[in-house]
Design a protein around this ligand. Structure first.
Ligand SMILES: Nc1ncnc2c1ncn2[C@@H]1O[C@H](COP(=O)(O)OP(=O)(O)OP(=O)(O)O)[C@@H](O)[C@H]1O
Length: 350
């Protein structure tokens, strides 16, 4: 079901946790709230779930205003970081619990628990206790319990936070597959930008109780609307310049004409490490500078270079690597580094 949040404000004493949030999650959409610690993600999720009453604003699920409804009346499934399974109940009993609360008949419960166990690929685990499962399996049980009753909305609060990297990656894909298959409207919270980019239809980037930008993963990565978003998502080089007479002057790199640059005044350019041209490739670039390679970090499929130009801050470059490629630059050597207008994004000033 469609979720819409309008004008939500929540204060805790002098702290404004949410400073006016407007957000719509379309039916079947996977929307991620991404933001640093303290930005208001959990408070927003609680207002949607019904654990926190906002000071201002409304929450609608479909056509229904649920702003003041109790959590148990909202038909919302939830998964948190710390599993929160009932330790004394078996896996099957845990999954049956929301159905029992809804007074579903015994045979129907047995049927639905079986189906949902199969969905999360735990068919043979129904009789186990949570402590007899791995962390990843427990999280799949928590997911099964959250979806077994066919919720209108699924809320996920850092559900993979406690898992190791490999398990986290496989569960991310599994949850996404399941969410797509069931067309579950999903609101997902994370502070992990990589996870947000992998999983989401859209990402809302939050800071200080406000949504700074909302868009597809490609939008927020390629066209951040502010310095904060550019810096928070992915690795970035932010280069300061000054616009005058249709040209941006970049100390040490020369000048660049860019259609999005202002006519005059300060300009911040975003240059992603993978957009940087190094060595022979830099020769045809509009802007160029000789840089010292401070560090060359081998990453398997690519190599990351930390570069020091004669003027301005250090820069990062990431170059793809094939197994037969010779190392592109040694630490301590000097390389030509460059970029052209199509490689950069002008970060709006706000
Ligand atoms: N019950 C509360 N009483 C007082 N202040 C609170 C309460 N809950 C949250 N806050 C404050 O509101 C702000 C937003 O907190 P919130 O937990 O929503 O952030 P978050 O983005 O989820 O952070 P994290 O990623 O660390 O969980 C913070 O400044 C926090 O200290």
């Amino acid at each position: 079901m469609r979720l819409s949040v309008t004008g939500i404000v929540k204060r805790f004493g002098a702290v404004t946790a949410l400073a006016g949030i407007d957000l719509t999650v379309e039916e079947g959409e996977f929307l991620t709230i991404l933001g640093p610690s303290g930005s208001g993600k959990t408070t927003l999720l609680k207002a949607v779930a019904g654990f926190e009453v906002p000071d201002e604003g409304q929450v609608h699920l479909g056509d229904q205003d649920v702003t003041l409804s109790a959590a148990r009346h909202r038909n919302v499934g939830m998964v948190f970081q710390n599993y929160a399974l009932f330790p004394h109940m078996t896996v099957a009993e845990n999954i049956a619990f929301p159905l029992e609360m809804r007074r579903v008949s015994k045979p129907e419960i047995t049927k639905r628990v079986g189906e949902t166990l199969a969905l999360v690929e735990l068919e043979t685990y129904g009789a186990r206790l949570p402590r007899q499962l791995s962390g990843g399996q427990q999280q799949r049980v928590a997911l099964a319990r959250a979806i077994v009753f066919g919720p209108a909305l699924l809320l996920l609060d850092e559900p993979f936070g406690a898992l190791d990297r490999k398990l986290r990656e496989s569960l991310q894909l599994e949850v996404r597959r399941l969410q797509r298959r069931l067309r579950l409207t999903t609101l997902f919270i994370t502070h992990d930008q990589e996870e947000a980019l992998i999983m989401s239809d859209r990402i809302a980037v939050m800071d200080q109780g406000r949504i700074q930008q909302i868009g597809t993963p490609a939008d927020v990565y390629d066209k951040p609307v502010s310095r904060f978003v550019a810096d928070f998502i992915g690795e970035s080089n932010l280069i300061e310049g000054t616009a005058a007479n249709g040209q941006v002057v970049l100390p040490g790199f020369g000048t660049l004409a860019h259609p999005d640059a202002p006519a005059s005044g300060p300009v911040t350019l975003l240059l992603r490490p993978e957009a940087m041209r190094v060595g022979a490739e830099a020769r045809a670039a509009h802007c160029q500078a000789q840089c010292t390679v401070l560090e060359a970090i081998f990453l398997g499929l690519s190599i990351k270079l930390r570069l020091r130009p004669e003027q301005g801050p250090d820069l990062l470059a990431r170059l793809p690597l094939r197994p037969s490629d010779p190392p592109p630059a040694a630490e301590g050597s000097s390389v030509l580094v460059g970029f052209s207008p199509e490689d950069v994004h002008v970060v709006p000033r706000g």
